[in-house]
Design a protein around this ligand. Structure first.
Ligand code: ZN
Ligand code: ZN
Length: 131
């Protein structure tokens, strides 16, 4: 890997590390384009794919929405604000470890792990609509 590629990769990784919003590829692109004027969205996608495959970052798949990326390796859930689209970690309720490794008697499936994306209203939106 040449110097330019390493610099690109590091900036992309930093963009993920320093973000709490679980950025999409486009948001990562917006974040790094200032420092890497020649970078393309395709390059950002390629780096994000590689980093996800290597397990350095985590890809969050959301139905009908672009994938998001994050660095936090701990098991946790997410919440998406239905009004403004804010997307964050949520630590209550706690991740339910009992579900991982659960053998479903009825279907015969073995659950390996699970992901939950709660839908709700963020504090800011609650303030605005007074809920
Ligand atoms: Zn909101
Ligand atoms: Zn997260």
């Amino acid at each position: 890997m040449n110097e330019r590629n390493t610099k690109q990769k590091n900036l992309i990784l930093n963009a993920i590390k320093s973000s709490h919003i679980h950025p999409t590829a486009e948001e990562v692109y917006e974040c790094v384009v200032g420092e890497l004027p020649n970078v393309s969205l395709t390059t950002v996608y390629r780096n994000l794919n590689k980093l996800s495959e290597q397990g350095v970052i985590k890809r969050i798949l959301i139905p009908n929405q672009p994938d998001r990326f994050e660095r936090n390796p701990t098991k946790h859930y997410h919440i998406c604000c239905e009004r403004c689209g804010a997307f964050e970690d949520i630590h209550e309720p706690n991740y339910n470890l009992d579900l991982d490794g659960f053998e479903c008697k009825e279907s015969g499936y073995l659950i390996l792990n699970h992901e939950i994306i709660f839908k709700g209203l963020c504090p800011e939106c609650r303030k605005q609509i007074r809920i």
